[in-house]
Design a protein around this ligand. Structure first.
Ligand SMILES: Cc1cc2nc3c(=O)[nH]c(=O)nc-3n(C[C@H](O)[C@H](O)[C@H](O)COP(=O)(O)O)c2cc1C
Length: 206
């Protein structure tokens, strides 16, 4: 066999293998199952004095949200309240947040997401506050039509772990497996935070 013939045979085998793989995956490669899905990464996060990390200028959850947006190509949306009276001191903030939660407050959010209907998957991120979500996250979830969409929840915490999907199941969305990460890991160990996010995204098909 001359060299040209050998090359042609190798090419045919390689192409055959590729098409067989595509067929077995319903026409999609594993890494590409979410290729055409539009992603929104919405998050709530605080700067100032936080448990275990001291005074921070970028919130723990914000750091994770940005990693997710970068890895999925999603659009970022920060959930910010119109009247931001959240104290910058940790103890004061915990007292303030406890009252808001007890009152079932729904503070108004500054901006609206542009054309929410374009998104297939909405990542929703928040710090665990009193074993629950900060109330602006409830305002966010109650402000949009999630029917037909998926929600991928993520949170940072300092020991509680994932706070559950309260409120998310009521939106009509399919709730995907969540990610819970220690706030101090998000803040102080970028490599570990990136790895945890990557592993989770892989599980979700990204
Ligand atoms: C008001 C408040 C309540 C908190 N409640 C909890 C809690 O119940 N469980 C927990 O593990 N961490 C709790 N934490 C710690 C935060 O979840 C953690 O520091 C988080 O990473 C902060 O994220 P952020 O910087 O994005 O706001 C609380 C912090 C605050 C300020």
């Amino acid at each position: 066999m001359n060299i040209k013939l050998i090359l042609i045979v190798v090419l045919i085998i390689a192409l055959g293998g590729f098409f067989l793989f595509k067929t077995n995956n319903g026409g999609k490669t594993m890494a590409g199952v979410n290729d055409n899905k539009k992603v929104l990464v919405a998050y709530f996060s605080r700067t100032g004095e936080q448990y275990s990390v001291g005074n921070i200028t970028e919130g723990n959850t914000a750091i994770i949200a940005k990693i997710i947006a970068e890895k999925t190509g999603g659009d970022l949306f920060e959930i910010k309240v119109v009247n931001d009276n959240y104290p910058k001191g940790y103890n004061e903030l915990t007292e303030y947040a406890k009252k808001e939660l007890q009152q079932g407050a729904r503070p108004e959010i500054i901006a609206k997401v542009d054309d929410f209907s374009q998104y297939d998957t909405v990542f929703i991120g928040f710090p665990v506050w009193w074993g629950d979500k900060p109330v602006p996250v409830y305002t966010f979830m109650e402000s949009y039509d999630f029917n037909g969409k998926s929600i991928a929840p993520f949170c940072t915490h300092e020991g509680s772990g994932f706070c559950g999907t309260q409120g998310m199941d009521k939106t009509g969305a399919k709730v995907l497996k969540g990610l819970a990460m220690y706030g101090h890991v998000a803040q102080n160990d970028k490599a570990q935070a990136e790895k945890l996010v990557s592993d989770w995204l892989k599980d979700l098909g990204y």
